[in-house]
Design a protein around this ligand. Sequence first.
Ligand SMILES: *Cc1c(COP(=O)(O)O)cnc(C)c1O
Length: 227
Amino acid sequence: MSISSALTAIKKDLPANCRLIAVSKTQPAEKIMEAYNAGHRIFGENKAQELTPKYEALPRDIEWHMIGHLQSNKVKFIAPFVSLIHSIDSLKLLEEVNKQGSKLQRQIPCLLQVHIAEEETKFGFSEEEIFQFISSPQLQQWQHIRITGLMGMATFTENTEQVRNEFKKLKNLFEKLRSGSSHPAFQMTELSMGMSGDYKIAIEEGSTMIRVGTAIFGERNYPHGLH
Ligand SMILES: *Cc1c(COP(=O)(O)O)cnc(C)c1O
């Protein structure tokens, strides 16, 4: 299937309140331009060192999302242009985003990554940590970040019931935070969940952003091992 027909097929099933993030990590500029020329404008990358040169080389009306684990010392490279950071997984990282936002006089939208999968290796806060996190006094003072929602990755498994339950768990947490929080830095509107293998389930469970790579661009080649 071509990139353009893959995009059309995915968008056909997308509810009005759900956006498609085309995950272009490891993909060359030509493939991204193929999606761009088919009308797509939102792309996601998982490494700052890949995102920055792509931003510089490609059209300026692309909305770039950072979806992968972000080291604090890399924030400065993406802070000037990133539209949304999906992968905030520590207070220290958020503090750095706020610091860079302050230098640039911009408010950077962020999602908190929540660990919903069984696998140990995935980054993110536990549900308890999220509640501790939102009551951190420092958070009140940070004017240059805005927390607009949550992101999560389900377990990589054929067991669709398990995947569905993990998405339900994230949605419940999202609703709790949305109704319970009068925090000025919080505007809970986005729920980023669903990838190539499970985005249809994620949509059924209330996703507002699906992050899809393989189903659009085909399999990735990893020159330096798996990430
Ligand atoms: C790679 C990646 C995706 C997309 O995965 P596919 O299975 O290729 O759709 C989504 N989210 C994150 C955080 C990723 O790193």
